[in-house]
Design a protein. Structure first.
Length: 131
């Protein structure tokens, strides 16, 4: 339906955030916002017939395909699990908190010294971007 991007660069005040939104129809809006934390948040507002893009595996596949070799880390929040009480057949399970998990390697070959990149890394990079 639309994409919302909220971002603030490191070193800028919380009043210097930016909100970018687009419904993918050729236009977009940009406005200054207050954002307490640095970094970028991307929110996909999906129509009912596009729910496949909310699937963790699908999102990871897209990020890996298009952003595995950029020098910026891409992370996705993984929900924690609720506590489970003990029963006659099973033990209790403690709740876990959600956490941010990396989705890409965040290593761009072109930002590294040429002598530090192995032949295998070049081959893996070429294979990755050509498939």
């Amino acid at each position: 339906d639309k994409v919302t991007v909220r971002t603030r660069a490191a070193g800028h005040s919380s009043d210097e955030g930016v909100l970018w939104e687009s419904a993918g129809e050729g236009d977009f809006t940009v406005e200054t916002i207050s954002k307490q934390t640095r970094g970028t948040e991307i929110t996909l507002h999906l129509r009912d017939d596009e729910k496949e893009f909310a699937d963790d595996y699908r999102l990871r596949s897209i990020v890996t395909k298009y952003s595995d070799h950029i020098s910026v880390a891409v992370e996705m929040f993984e929900e924690g699990t609720p506590a489970v009480e003990a029963t006659e057949d099973s033990e209790a399970v403690a709740a876990t908190e959600g956490s941010w998990k990396p989705m890409n390697k965040a290593t761009a070959l072109w930002t590294r010294n040429k002598s530090d990149v192995t032949k295998e890394e070049y081959q893996e990079f070429y294979k990755h971007i050509s498939h």
